[in-house]
Each structure stands twice: as structure tokens, then as C-alpha cells.
Design a binder for this molecule. Structure first.
Ligand code: XMP
Length: 517
């Protein structure tokens, strides 16, 4: 496996299970510091890695005093590596170094204001009073020997503390979330001033290095990859193509549940970038025939996943030999797919990783494996991929099959494609598309009464789903102006036969999901 950037100094986030641990790594990268997240159980390896310039200990849901709470050896705190403990990380640090914790009577959750008492390296140049985001039960009641208080709030005396002589820093609040107004500056100060990381992670540097590493890994062999037309696989294929040109063979499988016109579009787009033309496989029939009569969402997913592997194998059988399979796996895909003890992993069985590689028995080339989505877009821009491709909304692997509630039939696919096209076109022409994380129409197999002309109708409903989100993990329904919704509804009902009702989904995630199935 390759992971570009592997000889760069970095700041590692040790994950103690907070929902927002991943954000810490992301913030570090935002300020161009190379970072990765590891489960806290890997603390020793991380501590001994000379490339690790510093460690951030994340928050977590446990109490340090709980039996079985995530624990590490005190050596982590005395080895001399710069450390920043956040929330649980602060409590653990203080507990291990001889401080005292006060157990929670109440959880403190939400906005708070800190008052800085000592600037130190972390808060230099920041306002004395500033808003932060708190989410904790326990807090530190007495600091360990050698520590000084750096900030307080009305309710807790040690909102931030440090022992600068040992490069140990701790904050009770969460600098990684956007509600902490100056959190990014604190994280940057920790990386640059305390850990003294000087390297800058940039897209141009990434591309140069990734190209070199792909060439080293692949040697003179050929590489196979599947593309979906999505941002990740488009950037991945373009990057691998940049490294090995004609030795990349890219395959696109039309599974019959893509959006209207999408397959032609993907083929045309990819062929702009690739040295070798895309192999387009028309497998609509086999997918749709296997989906016939199936209503259960998980069964649909399994059928599509299984059929994809079969079709892909069959179609590429005589195109080889190939030494490697390239995949557009991203960092969050890996985190979500790995279950570590006490992790922040919210595990989604259905997401991209898995299936293909093990089945095909290839070694993997995963040049994007350490990147977040916004970084992939930056790399894509660097590679010259046009904005309309990089801004494309995410689209699920099982496609419209999980947006057709109940059985998938060719007629329903055609109907949904038509409605979806109107929805997306209108979002684009009205300038809404780019502000929305993801949008699509959903086919509801419920018949309701309507009236068209002089006749009563008894036809299907379409739900429109559009959400704003940073990462797809949480989402809010998009506040599309009502006049735009009105126009979309009119057009769908007038132009798509078999639809007499359009509704707009106003549920956020959680508790609802983005996809209806
Ligand atoms: P949910 O519906 O879980 O979706 O809120 C979160 C994100 O994941 C996408 N999604 C999928 N992607 N295969 C995929 O490749 C799937 O089976 C699948 N289900 C949901 C969804 O479109 C959203 O971006």
C-alpha cells in the first residue's frame, strides 16, 4: 500500500472515541500540517515513531475513572514528545501525572466562554475572552505538579493548563469544532510552535510525491481500476494515469441504476484525461434482472455489490495481466470501516471499502488513502480536473436502486431518472447546486389521488431530498427557496408521466439518513 507523505513529520491524533476526533486531523491538514489519526491502543508505536513530532489526545465518551476506560501507560506523558490533551485527553493526562479529577454531577455541553490567564504558545495573540465549545462530564480539579493554569471559565477553574517545560498542553474544551472561534489557531500553534513542524502539506507537493510513489510501487506492471464518475475515482484515476499513463486500464460499469445521461457523461469526461480510453461495460440487463422482485434495501445492496464484482471480473478477464488494482479509498472510508477498541468508528457496512479487492486478489494502489474529501478536490484542481466534475454531488454505489423504495423496475428507474434530472437541472440553473452537499429525487411507491385536467389520477409520489453537510456524517435539509421548489414540482408533475405528487423531505441526519433506503 502507498500512503503519500509517509516521510513527512506529522502530528498524530490518538483517538479515544470522540465523535469529532477526525475533525482534529482535518483541522491540522487545513493548516497544512500532515496528520493522521490512530486508535489510542497504538500509543506506543506512535510514541516511538521518529516522524511523529507531536501527539493530540482526542476526547472520548468515557470517564477516566470508569473501569475499562481507555487507558495508556504513563510513559506516553513522560517521554518528552509534545502533547496536547483535549477533553478526555486532558483528564487522562492530568490523572496520570498526579492531578485530581472531579467526577461529573452534570454534563457541561455547549457554548462557554474562556478567559485566558496565561497566553503561552497556544493562545499567543488571541483575544483574552473567547467562545469555546464544551462537551464533558468530569473535569480537572487539581493540576498535576509542574502545571500552570492557562484559561478558566465561569464553571471550571482549569479550562486550559500546561507544563510548557515538558511541552504538555491540555484543554477541556474542543478546539477542533467550528464553535470554538479560535480553535484552528490553537491547533496550528500547537503544531508549528510546540511541535515545531515546518513542512507544509500542499496539493502540488502531494501530486508530485504520489506520482513518484505510484511509480515505485507499480514498477513496470499494469494497473486496473474501476471508476464511477464520482469525485474520488475520477481524481484517483487521473492521478494514477499521470504516474503510469497507458499502463492504467479504467473500467466503468453501467449498472442500469445510474442517473439520466450519466454513463455517457462519465465516459466523455474520463476520456478527456486518460491516455487509454475507458472501458465501458453495459451491464444494465443483468443488474435489473437480478433486482427484479427485490424490495429489501440490504438485499438490493448485496445484489448490486455481488453483481458488480462478477461483471467487473468477466469484463476485464482478457484485458490483463494486471499487477494492481487502484482504488479511490479516502481517509474517512478507512476510519469508518475499521473497528478498533473504543473507537469513534461509526461503522457503515455499505460504504465504499470492501468487496472488490479481496475478491479480486490484487495488491492495492490507494493514492488518496490519507486524504479528506476537500483535499481530494484540491488535488483534483491541481491535476487540472474541471470544477464541474470536482463539485459533483456524492452518489451512492447502489445508485437509484436505494432511491426507489420497494421493487426496482425499468419503468420506475426511467421515471425516477426523469424526475431527478429536472431536480438537478433546476438546482444548477438556480445557482443552488454548489451550496448543497447532495440532492436527488426519491421514488415513493405510494399512490395518491390527484386531478389532471378533468380526470382524477391515482399515481406515484416523488420525494425531493437535498441536504447540506460537511462530511455526510451529519446533515441538515437544504433551505431551498420555495419558488424554486414550486418550479421543480410543477415541472416534475407536468413532464414526468406517472407522478402526480411531489414532496420535500425536511428531515435532518440524525435521526434520518440522507438516502431513504
Ligand atoms: P446515509 O444514507 O447513510 O448516507 O446518510 C451517507 C452518505 O453515504 C452515501 N451512501 C452510500 N454510498 N454505497 C455507497 O457507496 C451505499 O450503499 C450508500 N448508502 C449511502 C449517501 O449517498 C451519502 O452520501
Amino acid at each position: 500500500m502507498i500512503a503519500p507523505g509517509h516521510d513527512h513529520p506529522r502530528v498524530v491524533v490518538l483517538d479515544f472515541g470522540s465523535q469529532v476526533s477526525q475533525l482534529i486531523a482535518r483541522r491540522l491538514r487545513e493548516v497544512q500540517v500532515f496528520s493522521e489519526m490512530r486508535p489510542y491502543t497504538a500509543w506506543q508505536e506512535v510514541l516511538e515513531d521518529p516522524l511523529v513530532a507531536g501527539i493530540i489526545l482526542s476526547g472520548g465518551p468515557s470517564s477516566v475513572m470508569d473501569p475499562g476506560a481507555p487507558d495508556v501507560d504513563p510513559r506516553l506523558f513522560t517521554a518528552g514528545k509534545p502533547l496536547l490533551g483535549i477533553c478526555y485527553g486532558m483528564q487522562l493526562m492530568c490523572h496520570k501525572l498526579g492531578g485530581r479529577l472531579a467526577p461529573a454531577h452534570n454534563r457541561e455541553y455547549g457554548h462557554a466562554e474562556i478567559e485566558i490567564e496565561r497566553e503561552g504558545l497556544l493562545f499567543a495573540g488571541l483575544p483574552i475572552r473567547q467562545p469555546v465549545w464544551m462537551s464533558h462530564g468530569d473535569h480537572v480539579e487539581a493540576l498535576p505538579p509542574g502545571f500552570e493554569v492557562q484559561a478558566r471559565t465561569e464553571t471550571i477553574p482549569f479550562a486550559a493548563a500546561a507544563d510548557p517545560s515538558r511541552n504538555l498542553y491540555a484543554v477541556q474544551f474542543h478546539p477542533e469544532v467550528a464553535h470554538t472561534a479560535h480553535g484552528l489557531a490553537m491547533i496550528e500553534a500547537f503544531a508549528r510552535k510546540v511541535c515545531r513542524v515546518e513542512d507544509r502539506w500542499t496539493a502540488a507537493a502531494f501530486v508530485e510525491e504520489a506520482v513518484r510513489e505510484i511509480r515505485d510501487q507499480v514498477g513496470d506492471q499494469r494497473v486496473l481500476c474501476a471508476v464511477s464518475g464520482g469525485v474520488d475515482s475520477t481524481v484517483m484515476a487521473t492521478l494514477v494515469d499521470r504516474a503510469i499513463g497507458h499502463r492504467l486500464h479504467a473500467v466503468y460499469v453501467d449498472n442500469g441504476v445510474m442517473r439520466a445521461g450519466e454513463s455517457d457523461q462519465v465516459e466523455a469526461d474520463l476520456n478527456e484525461f486518460l491516455h487509454d480510453p475507458l472501458q465501458r461495460v453495459d451491464a444494465r440487463e443483468v443488474f435489473l434482472s437480478r433486482l427484479a422482485g427485490v424490495s429489501d434495501p440490504e438485499t438490493k445492496r448485496k445484489i448490486i455489490g455481488g453483481t458488480f464484482i462478477e461483471v467487473f471480473k468477466e469484463a476485464t478477464r482478457d484485458q490483463g495481466p494486471f499487477g494492481f488494482l487502484a482504488q479511490g479509498t479516502l481517509y474517512p472510508d478507512r476510519i469508518e470501516s475499521v473497528s478498533v477498541h473504543g473507537p469513534s468508528a461509526s461503522i457503515k457496512s455499505h460504504h465504499n471499502v470492501g468487496g472488490l479487492p479481496a475478491e479480486l486478489g490484487f495488491d492495492l494502489v490507494e493514492p488518496l488513502r490519507d486524504l479528506f474529501k476537500d483535499e481530494v478536490r484540491r488535488v483534483g484542481r491541481e491535476l487540472g480536473i474541471p470544477a464541474h466534475l470536482l463539485k459533483r454531488h456524492p452518489f451512492p454505489g447502489p445508485g437509484l436502486a436505494v432511491r426507489i423504495l420497494g421493487e426496482v423496475t425499468p419503468e420506475r428507474v426511467a421515471l425516477l431518472q426523469a424526475a431527478d434530472r429536472i431536480f438537478i437541472d433546476e438546482l444548477k440553473t438556480s445557482g443552488q447546486y454548489d451550496a448543497i452537499w447532495q440532492a436527488g429525487a426519491v421514488f415513493l411507491p405510494v399512490h395518491s389521488v390527484g386531478v389532471m385536467g378533468d380526470e382524477r389520477t391515482y399515481e406515484n409520489a416523488i420525494a425531493l431530498r437535498a441536504v447540506t453537510s460537511l462530511d455526510g456524517m451529519t446533515a441538515d435539509w437544504a433551505r431551498i427557496p420555495t419558488e424554486i421548489l414550486a418550479r421543480i414540482s410543477n415541472r416534475i408533475i407536468n413532464e414526468v408521466r406517472g407522478v402526480n405528487r411531489v414532496v420535500y423531505d425536511i428531515s435532518s441526519k440524525p435521526p434520518s439518513t440522507i438516502e431513504w433506503e
